[in-house]
Design a protein around this ligand. Structure first.
Ligand code: MHQ
Length: 244
């Protein structure tokens, strides 16, 4: 199905697309890994009103999603899909890819995540009022970090998660399916060369990712019922386009 050169080009494409859009370089995230919030800073953030904290987090999430959209655009073949299918894939995949990327910004040793320049414990997000969502996000990162994925592997896992040919509403499913298969093949090839094939059976299941994304949509709905005008007027257009 693919020649050796095609495999090589595809591999470079996926890896570059990730590297060029990853927002924070792995080295920089590593350097800051032990910079955590002081108890005073934690307390002040925990006491913020719910709507303010939501707005702040949603803005950061939207920034990160802009990079994810850029990743998608750079994947060879994505821009050749029809615009409807591009949107279908991003609506379903943006949050899943954010979760995968979150694991790069997660310190496994003390369960903290990079937030506004430092590493934050789960309790910092208390005022959002969605403990179950945040704790499942943290749990997910904890288990993904345990696999110690390289940046190359992360790039492929993201591409395969995004190009899900099983999604409803796809108009040109065969195109997405062909793209998915090619990337899958290139991924296998990389893993063979690095003797890491075993991770294929250990990667998180699609259901796990989509259930966390579903929970995010449910929490957003609850928030919108409580603060309809905040969600409408202050959330960024891209966030609303994807999730509302
Ligand atoms: C990205 C950089 C990045 C940016 C933002 C659902 C909700 C209202 C709140 C980070 C979730 C709270 C997010 C900001 C919290 C878990 C969110 C708020 C990788 C991901 C990362 C680090 C996001 C991770 C999840 C954060 C901390 O390149």
């Amino acid at each position: 199905m693919l020649s050796a050169t095609e495999l090589e080009l595809l591999m470079q494409n996926v890896v570059f697309a990730h590297q060029e859009t990853c927002q924070f370089r792995q080295e920089n995230l590593q350097i800051l890994r032990w910079e955590t919030f002081t108890p005073e800073e934690m307390q002040s953030l925990q006491q913020k009103p719910m709507d303010q904290m939501w707005e702040r987090c949603v803005c950061h999430i939207t920034d990160a999603i802009q990079y994810i959209v850029e990743f998608a655009k750079r994947l060879s073949g994505f821009m050749d899909l029809n615009p409807n299918d591009q949107i279908v894939l991003l609506k379903a995949g943006a949050m899943e890819l954010l979760l995968i990327r979150m694991s790069r910004a997660f310190n496994w040793y003390n369960s903290t995540v990079f937030f506004e320049g430092k590493y934050a414990q789960l309790e910092l997000f208390h005022s959002l009022g969605c403990h179950d969502l945040i704790s499942s996000m943290f749990e997910f990162c904890q288990s993904l970090c345990a696999l110690n994925l390289s940046e190359h592997e992360m790039a492929f896992f993201s591409a395969m998660t995004l190009l899900d040919p099983s999604l409803h509403w796809l108009q040109e499913r065969h195109k997405v399916d062909t793209l998915y298969r090619k990337i899958h093949l290139a991924f296998r090839n990389l893993l063979q060369r690095t003797h890491r094939e075993f991770i294929l059976t250990k990667l998180p299941e699609k259901e796990k990712l989509s259930s966390i994304c579903q929970l995010h949509l449910e929490k957003l709905n609850i928030f919108r019922q409580m603060y309809p005008s905040i969600a409408w007027e202050r959330f960024p257009p891209l966030y609303k386009e994807l999730f509302i």
